[in-house]
Design a protein around this ligand. Structure first.
Ligand code: APR
Length: 193
């Protein structure tokens, strides 16, 4: 289950169902929490696959953050350590129930814009996102997918990785992102089973 969409003339957005920890794009994005010390879900899977050095890197990074926390909408970069990816970008999505829908959308958009901004700054050629905030943080998947795809399109207008992938973890989430990509980007350039 996969699909590729053109984003303008020079970028592509790829959707697939799979485990983000196995992706060898330059960076993978973790759906982290404000404490930046790991957790469950995709954050837990990434920490498990990256090994203990990721935890140490996050602990060191926390010392540079005001109050030692990363507010929702923020993103920070660490190495990937034992992962195939060179880098991990830790993005803190909104807890849906804590905000009105408009604010939640702003914070979710910021995760994607900040992460692509980091990738642009680092000159990365590829990045893989999970579906940020649609698990434990309770963001409705269809709405989150629309925000995510629109945010990626907007961010890439200022440049950034040529390939942006979404590693979705179940067919329903894939279908939601596929529908959002068609709505925002038009028909896919390629589709796979
Ligand atoms: N690869 C790709 N996607 C995954 C993986 C994986 N290995 N594991 C889980 N997912 C998917 C989930 O199915 C969901 O669609 O990632 C999406 C985000 O779900 P969560 O991981 O629960 O993230 P989020 O909703 O942003 O909640 C973040 O959960 O794990 C904690 O430390 C994390 O406190 C933070 C909170």
């Amino acid at each position: 289950m996969e699909a590729t969409f053109a984003v303008g003339e020079t970028h592509s957005l790829e959707l697939f169902v799979g485990d983000i920890t196995r992706q060898s794009t330059d960076a993978i994005v973790s759906a982290a929490n404000a404490l930046l010390l790991g957790g469950g879900g995709v954050d837990g899977a990434i920490h498990k696959a990256a090994g203990p050095r990721l935890f140490e890197a996050c602990r060191a990074l926390k010392k540079t953050l005001p109050g030692g926390v990363l507010a929702a909408g923020g993103a920070v970069l660490t190495g990937g350590f034992d992962l195939p990816a060179r880098f991990v970008i830790h993005a803190v999505g909104p807890i849906y129930a804590e905000h009105d829908p408009a604010r939640a959308a702003e914070l979710l958009e910021s995760c994607y814009v900040q992460a692509i901004g980091i990738a642009r700054r680092e000159g990365l050629a590829s990045i893989t996102f999970p579906s940020i905030s649609t698990g434990v943080y309770g963001y409705p998947v269809a709405a989150a997918a629309e925000v995510a795809v629109a945010a990626v399109k907007r961010a890439l207008a200022s440049g950034g990785p040529a390939v942006v992938r979404f590693s979705l973890f179940d067919p329903d989430t894939f279908a939601a992102y596929h529908a959002a990509a068609v709505a925002v980007l038009g028909a896919p350039r390629a589709e796979g089973a």
